[in-house]
Design a protein around this ligand. Structure first.
Ligand code: DNO
Length: 397
C-alpha cells in the first residue's frame, strides 16, 4: 500500500497555547508554522528560520509546510516598490530552502486574510464555531464602515436585513463585530482600525478583478522560476470567503481561477493549497471533481467543512458534516495519491491538516487563535484519519 497523507497541525509558534507536545499527542507528525513575528514583506533570515526549525524538531516533529510567507500589499496593488518586495520574497524562499523547508503556502487576498463575523457561534451542543454571517458583514460594510459604493452592491432587502441585524446588537456586540472583521493577519493579534482599513481600500480604488489577476500573474512569473531553482514548491491558498467582500476583488475562488493561475506560469513549483473549507463556501465548486481534475497540482490539503446557508452565510461544521461530502473528497484525494504512487512521484504523502476545529471540552480554558483549538482539531484529525484509512483499505487492499 502507498503511504498515507502526512498529518500536520498548524502551530503559531512558541506563544501558541497549543503546545508541540499536544500536537504530537494528537497523532500529527508534521507542523505547519510561520515566522509570524516578522512583518509582512521583510526577509526571513536563516538564523530565524533555523531557530524555529530546531524547536519543532526538538519536539520530535517536522516543519512540513510554511503557512504563510505573506505577499506584501505593494505586490497585490502593483505599487512602484513591488520589485523590492519581490526580491525580498525570493530571498526568504532561498533561505527556507537552505534550511531544508521546501513547501510554502501563501494567498493573494487583498488587505484582509480570511474573514469571519462571529468567532464564538454556539452550536446546539454548546461547542463554539466560526461563522460568516452575511447580514452581519453587510451591516459592517453599510453602517459602520460606511463604504461608498456599498449601497449599490446590496439590494434593498439586504440593506433592511442588515439594518435589523445591526439594531439587534448592543454596543459591545458592535465592537466585537468590528474586531472580528478587522482582525489582520493570522498569528497576530493585530486589528486594523476602520480608518486604517479605509486607507487600504483607497489603494484598491482602480483595481478590479482583471487588474488583480494581472498583479497575481506578475507575482507568479517573477517568483515561481526562482522558487523552482531553489527547489521550493509554492501552494496558493484560496480566498476565504470565496467571493468579493467590501468591494475588494477576489481572484482565487473557483476552478477557473485556479486553472488560470496554474496556466499563467506552468511549473511544479506553481501549485495549490486545496482548502475544502474556503472553496466549499461556494455551492458551485464541485470539490471532488476539482480534485480529480487538478489533483496533480495539489501540494497541501486543508480539510474542513462548512454548512452553507441560502443567503451566502456559512458556519464551520464538524469535519465530516456540513455542505461538502468529505467522503467523496477523501476518495478523490486517495485516488490522486494512487496516481502519484503509480507514476513514481515522491510526494504521495501530501501534507494535510485538519483545518480549524470547534472549541470543545477543555478548549474553553485556553485563549487559542480563532479556529485553532487543540481538542476540536484533534477530533477533526482523528475523524479524517479514520476516513482515509477506511477508503484506502476498501479501494486498494
Ligand atoms: C485560516 C487559514 C488562512 C490561511 C492563509 C494562507 O485558518 O486557512 O489564514 O492560512 O490565508 O495564506
Amino acid at each position: 500500500m502507498f503511504s498515507n497523507l502526512e498529518e500536520t497541525f498548524r502551530w503559531y509558534g512558541p506563544s501558541d497555547p497549543v503546545t508541540l507536545q499536544a500536537i504530537s499527542q494528537a497523532g500529527a507528525t508534521g507542523v505547519v508554522t510561520a515566522l509570524h513575528h516578522i512583518p509582512s514583506g521583510e526577509v526571513w533570515s536563516t538564523e530565524e528560520i533555523l531557530k524555529r526549525k530546531n524547536i519543532v524538531e526538538a519536539a520530535g516533529l517536522r516543519w512540513s509546510v510554511v503557512e504563510s510567507v505573506n505577499v506584501h500589499e505593494s505586490i497585490k496593488t502593483a505599487s512602484p516598490d513591488r520589485e523590492k518586495y519581490a526580491e525580498q520574497y525570493i530571498e526568504s524562499l532561498r533561505n527556507l530552502a537552505k534550511c531544508g523547508i521546501k513547501l510554502v503556502c501563501y494567498n493573494f487576498m487583498p488587505v484582509l486574510d480570511w474573514t469571519r463575523t462571529d468567532i464564538d457561534f454556539r452550536l446546539a451542543n454548546g461547542a463554539s464555531a466560526l461563522r460568516f454571517h452575511a447580514p452581519a458583514l453587510a451591516a459592517f460594510d453599510l453602517y459602520l464602515l460606511e463604504r461608498e459604493g456599498a449601497y449599490t452592491e446590496f439590494g434593498k432587502q439586504q440593506q433592511e436585513t442588515a439594518k435589523e441585524y445591526l439594531d439587534s446588537l448592543d454596543a459591545d456586540q458592535k465592537k466585537q463585530l468590528v474586531t472580528n472583521v478587522m482582525a489582520g493577519l493570522p498569528g497576530t493579534k493585530d486589528v486594523l482600525t476602520i480608518d486604517q482599513f479605509r486607507g487600504h481600500l483607497e489603494k484598491y480604488k482602480g483595481i478590479d478583478a482583471d487588474q488583480l489577476k494581472k498583479n497575481l500573474t506578475w507575482f507568479l512569473q517573477t517568483i515561481i522560476p526562482e522558487a523552482e531553482n531553489a527547489g521550493v514548491k509554492m501552494c496558493i491558498h484560496p480566498d476565504d470567503p470565496p467571493f468579493p467582500i467590501m468591494g475588494l476583488p477576489r481572484v482565487v475562488s473557483k476552478e477557473e481561477d485556479l486553472v488560470g493561475l496554474l496556466n499563467a506560469c506552468p511549473s511544479p513549483s506553481n501549485g495549490l493549497t486545496f482548502c475544502t473549507g474556503s472553496l466549499g463556501a461556494r455551492g458551485d465548486n464541485d470539490l471532488p471533481a476539482m480534485i480529480d481534475r487538478l489533483g496533480t497540482h495539489i501540494h497541501f490539503l486543508h480539510l474542513r467543512n462548512v454548512k452553507r446557508e441560502p443567503d451566502g452565510s456559512f458556519y464551520e461544521d464538524n469535519h465530516l458534516e456540513g455542505s461538502s461530502d468529505m467522503y467523496a473528497i477523501m476518495k478523490s484525494v486517495v485516488r490522486e495519491q494512487k496516481r502519484r504512487a503509480d507514476s513514481g512521484r515522491d510526494d504521495v504523502a501530501i501534507p494535510m491538516r485538519p483545518d480549524h476545529g470547534h472549541k470543545l471540552l477543555d478548549d474553553f480554558n485556553y485563549d487559542t487563535f480563532p479556529g485553532y483549538s487543540a481538542t476540536g482539531r484533534l477530533k477533526g484529525l482523528a475523524e479524517l484519519r479514520g476516513l482515509e484509512l477506511g477508503i484506502k483499505n476498501t479501494l486498494y487492499q
